[in-house]
Design a protein around this ligand. Sequence first.
Ligand SMILES: [Zn+2]
Ligand SMILES: [Zn+2]
Length: 365
Amino acid sequence: MSTTLQETLLHDKKATTTMRALVFRGPNQIGIEKVPIPKPGPGQAVIRVTLTTICGTDLHILKGEYPVKPGLIIGHEPVGVIHELGVGVTGYAIGDRVLVGAITPCGQCEYCLGGDLAQCGGAIGGWKFGNTINGAQAEYLLVPAAQANLAKIPGSLRDEQVVLLADIASTGISAAESGEIQIGDTVAVFAQGPIGLCATAGAKLKGASLIIGVESDPVRMAMAKRMGADIVLNHQQTDVVSAIKNLTHGKGVDVAIEALGTQETFESALRVLRAGGTLSSLGVYSGKLSVPLEPFAAGLGDHKIVTTLCPGGKERMRRLMELVVHGRLDLTPLLTHSFPLDRITEAYKLFGDRREGVIKVLIRP
Ligand SMILES: [Zn+2]
Ligand SMILES: [Zn+2]
């Protein structure tokens, strides 16, 4: 016991200067590499990641459909413990368990202070992890604007209960919030992938009277029911537009949520919408998106089309965790598979190919 504090610190420093991380090298080129553990600057923190997952967006990055620069660590859904705090971060201690949203607003710019946290600094600017800065599929993660983004996890919650709140739950539920679902509204949710399933859960939380899911994958159809859908229509077997019109006595739904990002689903969402209704869009579209004029009532139907990027920041995470604490939201059924970080490329393959009824894959660094 004769080692001095300084010697211990030196030893720790030597022992832990590198970490394993999933690095993007170019389209269809990802792999685990040894990279330096980040050091926090003023206002930043470094967390040791204890649990993360793979997002559909990461698959787009892998395929080269969403450009990020080669050498970037990807992933944006971190749960971890505080490893190191930069100067100026107060109210936290090393070892605190934290959830960090996929979107990390600075909390200080005109967008943030105006309430548009996800658009921090400009369009899509709140999305930094695995996009413009290194991401969460690693042993350690540098968190920018730590004071605005470290959300302490209540002691009663396990990592698995909160990991999906970082992105898909915040995103999916936000579709119901942006659509301003009123108690008693009828809602259709197009596509029941991870985000669509969370949108379905969000519609239920907001008090919809009838929730109609649209999906063709049997596993996802069943999960939609579990998340709150009353009826799930298989678009490969049914004309969903006329079926939804029939279910709403010819009127159409009050709110239609689009959770896929294709012309077809966007158009169907518009076709099932009542006059004055809201199309709440979550999809990430590519190419061109066109609006058919007949269901849009030539522009005179008082329709609202709203889009939402995942809300982030620690207050958003706190609110979502409270839903879990009080038993109003349980997303653990969506966690179908688990892999150690070293086997993450296998996890990407399984998730990308949608094999074995996969919905979300846990990654344990
Ligand atoms: Zn994502
Ligand atoms: Zn900002």
